[in-house]
Ligand binder design. Structure first.
Ligand code: ADP
Ligand code: ZN
Length: 613
């Protein structure tokens, strides 16, 4: 247990968490809150927000109260802290009255360092009385974007948080979020009354994540390939748009020998909780999910986040991909993207019940997402620019940096395609989707072509210079650039105002040519894979340590990463510690874990050495 009394933040960082240095931004925030200041912290997922309130809570007298919307994850959060020797507990509706009384007792008598609280408990008079009876070191407001009424994570009870300051003005507040846009920032500031607080906006770059967006051919197979090669044995999150495709994809993976579980809002609550728990606890499981999955999942060793469908906004995409590689080790954010994604999403927006303003907003989001997919420049610098952090150099760790796509002058191709759309429509005002238009351009004598006598048109067969996939790429990019539109339930293609500029030769169209083979960076590049860039001779020990960790985690009923992170095991595997003093120097080994697991690690290392002879 941590000793009471005044402690220095750097000392707590080392002794309790076992880390040698703060990550960028952490120290300033910690110092500010320790000194009693209010703070609003914008930091990307995996940036290390938790320490920013956990350390001040340990340093300041009293109990740090953490408001967190994620009841299902409180147990894990508290377990992880206890494994470090921190006195942590939670209060929420899942507990019996007796359990809650015990926690309240500990709070009042000052036997707690951190107390996690569900926001709805702020409504209760009992909570106010409780805070008055004990000493609160600080209020931490986690996932602070939940106060934003327009975001999809809105929680009504978060509006109650503004009262905290009026009631306990001397207690510092620290609000944290990974949502970076200006609008959310402003809304959090206003609703939580943080105008006077210091605002800390960290860099949103996540340099260890490799961003890749590939043409979608057969997405399930492409995914399987990734999970069998680069990410064999890794933990992965796969996002799909619909529940049905979640189910199908999970089944497909299992049938092909990749351990996977589904997660979506349509599943029975028990099954959902169980699948989430398995994902957190087991090594190397894939969860296939809708975007209902992920907030607050702080599993540090997710090596791959895959999108099989186009996300609706860059905000969403960045939050989701940010769940990869929180531990700072190389990880992959991979997306398969194709023509149908664009058609689907444009259709969804057109057919939505929202008013014009809403649809316009959705279109802006989609266009930004499409621009990211079609870019011929660095994906990362484009992402950062979106969050107002422009001016980044080429990153060297995204697919466009690693295998730069060529761009080509697609003006003539665009003109041919747009004329075909125009001609086909003119014929009896029928409208057609991409398939028929491409068949006509390629001069294919299909039944449907003959039925509508499209073989009689002047555009029939004028597009033989491109292949079918290439034409699909043309359609996709014209849609992405707004030079072509889509209408109705069947995704029929229509001209837009801007189409006229291309047809009238007043506008040139640049297009992206996909690299012949989709970027698959060499394994030696910074791409993922848990054991990938370990020296060959360290791998057997790493695997042995992982097996020890899995067994220990199972025995204690804890997620494996709560015992030690991969990064820490890797360092053990490299250094082969033979004494407790050796071990204490490794990042991630605090006092508590040293005394609990130190001897066992030395034993595992000794076994490996003996076996290697
Ligand atoms: P966030 O909440 O911002 O997504 P977390 O607080 O969960 O991020 O931190 C991400 C991971 O980084 C955690 O596993 C945490 O233990 C680790 N971490 C945080 N700060 C440091 C540090 N100073 N040194 C090493 N690891 C750190
Ligand atoms: Zn790049």
């Amino acid at each position: 247990m941590t000793s009471p009394g005044v402690q220095d933040a750097a000392d707590v960082l080392k002794r309790v968490f076992g880390y040698d240095s703060f990550r960028p931004g952490q120290q300033e925030i910690v110092d500010h809150v320790v000194a009693g200041g209010d703070a609003l912290v914008l930091m990307p997922t995996g940036g290390g927000k938790s320490l920013c309130y956990q350390i001040p809570a340990l340093v300041r007298p009293g109990v740090g109260v953490v408001i967190s919307p994620l009841i299902a994850l409180m147990q894990d959060q508290v377990d992880a802290l206890r494994a470090l020797g921190v006195r942590a507990a939670f209060l929420n509706s899942t507990q019996s009255p007796a359990e809650r009384r015990d926690v309240e007792q500990a709070f009042v008598s000052g036997d707690l360092d951190l107390l996690y609280l569900a926001p709805e408990r702020l409504q209760l008079d009992g909570t106010t009385r409780l805070f008055d009876q004990g000493k609160v070191a600080l209020f931490a407001i986690d996932e602070a974007h939940c106060v934003s009424q327009w975001g999809h994570d809105f929680r009504k009870d978060y509006l109650l948080l503004s009262a905290l300051h009026e009631r306990w003005p001397e207690v510092p507040r620290i609000a944290l979020t990974a949502t970076a846009t200006e609008a959310t920032h402003a809304e959090i500031t206003e609703r939580l009354g943080l105008g006077e607080a210091r605002h800390f906006v960290a860099s949103f770059d996540r340099p260890n994540i490799q961003y890749r967006i590939v043409p979608k051919n057969s997405p399930q197979k492409q995914l399987l390939d990734l999970l069998r090669t680069e990410h064999k044995g890794d933990a992965a999150i796969v996002y799909c748009l619909s529940r049905a495709s979640v189910e199908r994809t999970a089944e497909f993976l299992v049938a092909n020998g990749v351990p996977a579980v589904p997660y979506h809002a349509g599943l029975d609550a028990r099954v959902r909780a169980e699948n989430q728990a398995r994902f957190l606890r087991e090594d190397g499981l894939t969860v296939v999910a809708t975007i209902a999955f992920g907030m607050g999942i702080d599993k540090p060793d997710v090596r791959l986040v895959a999108h099989l469908d186009l996300p609706k906004s860059i905000e969403g995409y960045y939050q989701e991909t940010g769940r990869a590689g929180r531990d700072g080790l190389p990880s992959t954010a991979w997306m398969a993207y194709g023509l149908n994604d664009v058609v689907q999403q444009r259709k969804m927006i057109n057919g939505s019940d929202g008013d014009l303003a809403f649809r316009r907003q959705q279109t802006i989001h989609l266009d930004a997402m499409l621009a990211l997919c079609e870019t011929v420049t660095c994906r990362r610098s484009q992402l950062l620019a979106y969050f107002g952090q422009g001016g980044a150099a080429e990153c060297g760790n995204c697919d466009t940096c690693l295998t730069p796509p060529e761009s080509w002058d697609g003006t003539i191709a665009a003109q041919k395609l747009l004329s075909a759309v125009y001609r086909l429509k003119n014929e009896r005002n029928q409208k057609f989707g991409a398939g028929q238009i491409i068949d006509v351009l390629l001069g294919k004598e299909t039944e449907k072509v003959r039925q509508y006598r499209h073989d009689q048109l002047t555009v029939f067969g004028v597009g033989a210079e491109l292949s079918e996939p290439e034409w699909r790429g043309v359609v996709r990019q014209l849609l992405a650039q707004g030079l072509l539109g889509v209408e109705g339930d069947y995704g029929t293609l229509v001209l837009t105002e801007a189409s006229g500029e291309v047809l009238g030769r007043r506008r040139e169209v640049r297009m992206r040519r996909e690299p012949a083979r989709a970027a698959k960076p060499a394994r030696s590049a910074k791409s993922g894979g848990t054991a990938v860039d370990l020296p060959e001779e360290a791998k057997p020990l790493f695997e042995r340590l992982r097996a020890w960790r899995a067994a220990t985690a199972k025995e204690l009923g804890l997620p494996a990463y709560v015992i030690f992170h991969d990064a820490t095991l890797r360092e053990f595997a490299n250094r082969r510690p033979t004494s407790l003093a050796d071990l204490a120097g490794v990042s991630g080994v605090g006092e508590n874990k040293l005394s609990k697991y130190g001897e066992q690690i030395i034993e595992v290392v000794a076994q490996e050495v003996a076996e290697e002879g």
